[in-house]
Ligand binder design. Structure first.
Ligand SMILES: Nc1ncnc2c1ncn2[C@@H]1O[C@H](COP(=O)(O)OP(=O)(O)OP(=O)(O)O)[C@@H](O)[C@H]1O
Ligand SMILES: [Zn+2]
Length: 634
């Protein structure tokens, strides 16, 4: 393989590649690409873990899987497929959840490097903590549409995954979309899937009872063709019969609050209800949604019949396609007791659903392996974060690199030793169970938390301890405003001191609890009348400011400008694959910088015009990086 081909890598690196044990977490879109790259690069000691089985919808980009492998464990099939590239590689595949306590410190300690190719924040945070605890370098990655990033994390050297607040993830589990929608967006995604099933490229199967999912004969498309896309029959099938089938799957809704309700049968025969005079910003009634659905099926079917390969691409600017998604998602909402949305809202929400792009995953996976090689050689300083942009920058590049490693945030609850957070809630109503589920597990990403207050155990991860205070409120459990307690997760080697304040809920819409990183944030929040949550842009700005301050020093404009240009230079010279190969910059500003760094000219001697030129270039470069960061994927 590549590592052993003379001239590709030096003998020392060849050995490192052969001998280093690597853990890959996730064998999905990015994971498949990474596994293939690792094997083809010559890595020979690999373990891969994934908790999921293969779905039809994975096949378009997770190329290690084929139709025959649908339903099988991703990790096992991925292993079998890449062994065909090189049968001499030692790969162990695990079909399991990386958060399972059986993958503890002893498991992680085996690895020289861990690579995350995950799709959720909780698992990412968990692996982050495990790697910090075991002092193992971690490569974190993600893509969204054409965007993506690769981040290097090492305790004491870089920021960790949790050093900065991250936007909430924008992906949705398929089971929620299929069976237990809770929000309008779940119904909108479902409606788009249904559209694809009937008229487009089939991705997820969202309709028609589960037993027949694999049966081609009863696929939604074939059913619709057999019934000549009769709108009324389709309406009955999707919004009545399928729901009855879902309701019969007792286990699905056994202990959940979310259960579908059946619509009134008389709606099947309702007269046409006019909706053309309803503005896009106004809400349609249930009856209007039904009429809209019945009206749009036939025109779309006619478009589909004459389309290339009989395949339509959903387009938010096509009135009929838009009406289909509006009516289907609102009808689905009616079944699950979810508020309707207006045409206008649905258009913007449906237009923002971002598809996974195979080439973005491939580029990110390539970059992951380049980082892996640097890490093995101990060249951490070259592992700056890399961002994949959706549009080329002014130099025609789509991959941009941070100017330097981001140092750890000393206030981080996870990687700094001073983990302390402020927690406010209504202590007379908030229960110990809510503290465990909503705060410790959901918000703070713990897996098996223990809570002690003044040596008294309030929550124990060990059932045999017999501690059961779950139904008590925090007050009943002995907490008072201003008290502090320790929450820890031994498995993650993560502990944090929590200072709790009692805060009565004055309005229904107030949150059940809030978390602040320090007292100042709490005070600011109180001052702003609880409007605390920074929006996404603020977070990004914060992040970027921090990055800039680590590079610029106080030596005045010229130095700053030159520093900025260095970024530009590195970024343009995205040639590091060749490790120090010549860069094709060749512009005036570059020559000046080189002269300065070679001490051929004194920085002070640069003319103002030249300074301005440098500054202009630098600003463009910074803008590029900032643009890329704004689309950081979680
Ligand atoms: N806790 C976990 N333990 C093990 N594997 C996990 C865990 N959580 C998620 N995964 C796996 O991570 C993989 C993520 O891949 P997925 O394809 O969804 O996203 P991706 O690789 O980021 O790319 P894309 O979204 O483009 O497909 C999935 O196969 C999923 O099963
Ligand atoms: Zn941190």
């Amino acid at each position: 393989m590549a590592a052993t081909i003379a001239g590709v890598f030096n003998p020392e690196l060849q050995n490192l590649i052969k001998e280093s044990k690597i853990l890959l977490v996730g064998a999905g879109g990015i994971g498949c690409e990474v596994l293939k790259n690792l094997v083809l690069t010559g890595f020979s000691e690999l373990e891969v873990i994934d908790l999921d089985t293969i779905e039809v919808s994975n096949l378009n980009r997770q190329f290690l899987f084929s139709k025959e492998s649908v339903g099988k464990a991703k990790s096992h099939v991925a292993k079998t497929s890449v062994l065909k590239f090189n049968p001499n590689v030692n790969i162990m595949s695990h079909f399991g959840d990386i958060m399972d306590t059986k993958y503890g410190v002893a498991f992680f300690n085996k690895f020289k490097l861990v690579i995350n190719a995950l799709d959720n924040k909780k698992a990412r945070s968990h692996v982050n903590r495990m790697c910090l605890s075991c002092q193992i370098p971690l490569i974190e990655s993600g893509t969204m549409g054409y965007n993506g990033q690769v981040e290097f994390i090492k305790k004491g050297v870089t920021i960790c995954y949790e050093c900065n607040t991250r936007a909430e993830p924008r992906t949705y589990p398929m089971c929620t979309i299929r069976n237990t929608p809770k929000e309008p967006i779940h119904c909108i995604i479902w409606a788009k899937f249904l559209f694809n099933q009937l008229f487009g490229e089939i991705d997820e199967i969202v309709s028609f009872d589960e037993e027949n999912i694999e049966s081609e004969k009863l696929s939604a498309r074939n059913w619709a063709i057999q019934n000549d896309y009769n709108p009324k029959k389709l309406f009955k099938k999707v919004f009545f019969d399928d729901i009855k089938a879902l309701m019969n799957m007792k286990d699905l809704y056994a202990d959940k609050k979310i259960k579908p309700v059946l619509l009134d049968e008389s709606l099947l025969d309702q007269e046409h209800v006019k909706y053309s005079d309803v503005l896009d910003s106004e809400m349609l009634t249930l009856e209007q949604n039904i009429s809209m659905f019945l009206d749009c099926v036939t025109p779309i079917k006619e478009q589909w019949e004459i389309s290339t390969n009989k395949c339509l691409v959903w387009d938010k600017d096509d009135d009929m396609m838009m009406n289909f998604v509006v009516s289907c998602s609102n009808l689905r909402s009616a079944l699950f007791n979810i508020p309707f949305k207006t045409h206008f809202d649905i258009k913007s929400m449906a237009g923002n659903i971002i598809p996974a792009i195979a080439t973005a995953n491939a580029m990110i996976a390539g970059q992951i392996v380049i980082h892996a090689l640097r890490i093995l050689r101990g060249k951490f300083e070259k592992c700056q974060n890399v961002f994949l942009r959706s549009m080329p920058n002014h130099k025609g590049g789509v991959l941009v690199k941070d100017r330097c490693l981001q140092p750890p945030n000393p206030k981080c609850n996870v990687c700094s030793s001073k983990g302390e957070i402020i927690f406010t809630t209504d202590m007379n109503n908030f229960t110990v169970r809510q503290l465990e589920e909503l705060v410790l597990k959901k918000k703070l990403n713990m897996v098996a938390p223990d809570v002690t207050m003044l040596d008294r155990v309030i929550i124990s991860s060990d059932e045999t301890d017999g501690v059961d205070m779950y139904d008590m409120t925090l007050s009943e459990a002995g907490m008072t405003s201003g008290c502090s307690f320790d929450a820890e997760d031994d498995h993650q080697n993560f502990r944090v001191k929590i200072i709790a304040f009692d805060k009565e809920k004055s309005r229904d819409e107030d949150p059940d609890f809030e978390i602040f990183n320090n007292k100042n944030d709490l005070h600011t929040a109180n001052e702003q009348n609880n409007k605390t949550k920074p929006d996404e842009d603020d977070e990004d700005d914060c992040f970027i400011d921090q990055a800039e301050s680590t590079v610029c020093d106080n030596n005045g404009d010229t130095r700053e400008a030159v520093n900025h240009l260095m970024v530009d230079k590195e970024e343009i010279g995205y040639e590091e694959v060749t490790e120090g190969g010549a860069e094709e910059i060749g512009n005036e500003e570059e020559e000046i910088t080189e002269k300065i760094s070679n001490e051929e000219i004194d920085a002070e001697e640069i003319s103002n015009e030249e300074k301005l030129a440098i500054k202009r270039k630098a600003d463009e470069a910074i803008e590029d990086i900032n643009d890329a960061k704004k689309s950081r994927v979680d």
